[in-house]
Design a protein around this ligand. Structure first.
Ligand SMILES: [Zn+2]
Length: 105
């Protein structure tokens, strides 16, 4: 039987932010240009800025989302070409990065 288990890996957050799709309830957003309403199932390249997506994440995979396993499975089946990263990890790291930039300027 197979389950989803998160694997921790060192990642370049700046690189990820350049080619990440954030899936909401139905559509997705591009982190590079903040374009909204992207059809994540059939969009290899951002229709607005032209970036080729390499990573994907979902807002509905937090600790309190009861069916996060199902959400991960569905998105991974639809986009096996993209690396699925954890949204809370991403928010955490980018939030800390913004705070550091704010206090150092
Ligand atoms: Zn874009």
């Amino acid at each position: 039987m197979s389950f989803y288990l998160r694997v921790w890996q060192a990642c370049d957050i700046t690189e990820i932010s350049k080619c990440l799709l954030i899936v909401g309830d139905v559509t997705a957003d591009c982190t590079a240009c903040r374009e909204l309403g992207i059809d994540y199932q059939n969009t290899p390249v951002c229709p607005q800025c032209g970036v080729k997506f390499r990573f994907i994440t979902s807002r509905n995979t937090g600790r309190l989302d009861a069916n996060r396993g199902g959400t991960v499975k569905r998105i991974k089946e639809r986009r096996p070409d993209l690396t699925f990263i954890d949204y809370e990890d991403y928010k955490d790291i980018t939030g800390k990065q913004k705070a550091r930039e704010f206090f150092s300027s």
